[in-house]
Design a protein around this ligand. Structure first.
Ligand code: PLP
Length: 442
């Protein structure tokens, strides 16, 4: 397609008329399509249906013989579950904690414990001053990012500082400058692989620098949410360096708290939440978590161990997810390429994994695109949601989640979104054209 910015006014008017017709016809179909939340589709959930019958009648003992129906033992989780998930977390089994079903809940609790009790530091292994005890604190928020991370900060009254992304992780120069200067900055959100929503894969140098950077706050933490560690969309299983090992190498063994879950491996509503951290961090977390609960659901841990068995078992299941998901992401890319390619008004991510496509439209038009898409029957996450406080400073980014609807519906929804993008862009270009003409007359 010819870049729209190079069309003459007459060409633009003619093009606009064609797009209006196509958009109107799309709208008249009265569709109801939803690209809002990154949920697994029912056929993905079906892959783990054996869980519904595991561990099986009378089969409730862990490898060490303990009864998973009862209160018992190590609050960090079943030893065999910790062994199973350690590689996914880039950790050793003794660094792993298995929670209930939501990693977001573990992140929430880690922040709550830090605010109330402080986190361990070399001079105060039991916990330094509570984060919430003095001046308001802040987190760095690489953006576009995960809206629920930002909602946690907002809920706790933690000031959010947006940081740009580079394609290989956050803008490190900006991160290093800010954390070195401001002791109020206690954390940074990192989704290091197949980031939500941009698909970022953190480079080894990025991980090394985050582990080693000089921070003004001695009790600073990397909130390392590796939610998509094994969620590949291509045959290449991208690997990233272990942040826990990088932190040890940098002499900062307690800097990272690593999170993940099986929400998009087995059942999103009934999986396992995972955490990995240094011995000091794990003891700290368990001390506070032990007051909150006598322990997590061990039958679910046993069930997951029986289903997944080992790293190869997880990889085999994720291959089956990939075969279901990849065509949906292809449908988005092919539709956008066909309708928007070369127009010079939008760019979108082609993620190698994860659950999202990040769509950047013309500055100042994301809200308009979302409204036009909604009018055509396509639900999108509200524009701005991928930024702290729900405010995209450039009103440019939209997050699309193609995982749940069938591939045919995803393609139709992508077509409607592309038409909305073209509508918004031609509107804006004609407006600019009119303003330029008026300025010439004046
Ligand atoms: N972290 C990221 C980056 C996510 O995208 C999501 C879900 O979309 C979650 C965490 C939620 O994880 P959980 O279901 O384990 O709470």
């Amino acid at each position: 397609m010819t870049p729209l910015g190079t069309l003459s006014r007459d060409e633009l008017v003619a093009f606009r008329r064609r797009i209006e017709e196509q958009y109107g016809a799309f709208r008249a179909r009265g569709l109801h399509l939803d690209l809002t939340r990154g949920k697994p589709a029912p056929e993905q959930l079906d892959l783990s249906n054996p869980l519904l019958e595991l561990p099986g009648w009378g089969n409730y003992r862990a490898a060490d013989g303990s009864d998973c129906r009862n209160y018992f033992g190590d609050p960090a989780g079943l030893p065999e579950a910790r062994v199973l998930f350690a590689p996914l977390l880039g950790a050793t089994p003794d660094q792993v904690l298995i929670g209930d079903n939501s990693s977001l809940a573990l992140m929430h609790d880690a922040i709550a414990y830090a605010l109330l009790h402080g986190v361990p530091t070399p001079d105060k292994p039991g916990g330094a001053a509570p984060w919430g005890g003095g001046e308001p604190i802040a987190f760095l928020c690489p953006s576009p990012g995960y809206d629920r991370h930002f909602a946690l900060c907002e809920g706790f009254g933690i000031r959010m500082i947006p940081i740009a992304l580079t394609g290989e992780g956050p803008d490190l120069a900006a991160v290093e400058r800010q954390v070195a200067a401001d002791p109020a900055i206690k954390g940074i959100w990192c989704v290091p692989k197949y980031s939500n929503p941009t698909g970022e894969i953190y480079a080894p140098a990025t991980i090394a620098r985050l582990a080693a950077m000089k921070v003004a706050a001695r009790d600073f933490r990397l909130f390392w949410d590796n939610a998509y560690a094994v969620h590949h969309l291509t045959e290449t299983r991208h690997e990233i360096d272990s942040v826990l090992e990088a932190c040890v190498r940098a002499g900062q063994p307690d800097r990272a708290l690593v999170f993940a879950s099986t929400s998009k491996i087995t059942f999103a509503g009934a999986g396992l939440a995972l955490m990995a951290a240094s011995r000091a961090n794990l003891a700290w977390f368990l001390r506070h978590a032990g007051r909150r609960s006598i322990g997590p659901d061990k039958l679910n841990q046993l069930r997951h161990v029986r289903l997944l068995q080992d790293t190869a078992g997880i990889a085999a299941l994720m291959d089956r997810h990939r075969r279901l998901l990849a065509p949906k992401f292809r449908a988005v890319d092919e539709t956008f390429t066909r309708l928007l390619g070369g127009a010079g008004i939008a760019s979108w991510s082609k993620p190698a994994g994860g659950y999202f496509v990040s769509l950047d439209v013309e500055i100042g038009s994301a809200q308009r695109v979302a409204a036009l898409a909604a009018a055509a029957g396509i639900a999108l996450v509200p524009a701005g949601r991928t930024f702290p406080y729900g405010k995209d400073p450039h009103d440019r980014n939209l997050r699309l989640a193609p995982s749940f609807p069938p591939a045919g519906e995803v393609a139709r929804a992508a077509e409607g979104v592309a038409l909305a993008v073209l509508m918004a862009a031609t509107e804006a270009l004609l407006r600019t054209n009119d303003l330029d003409a008026a300025a010439e007359v004046a």
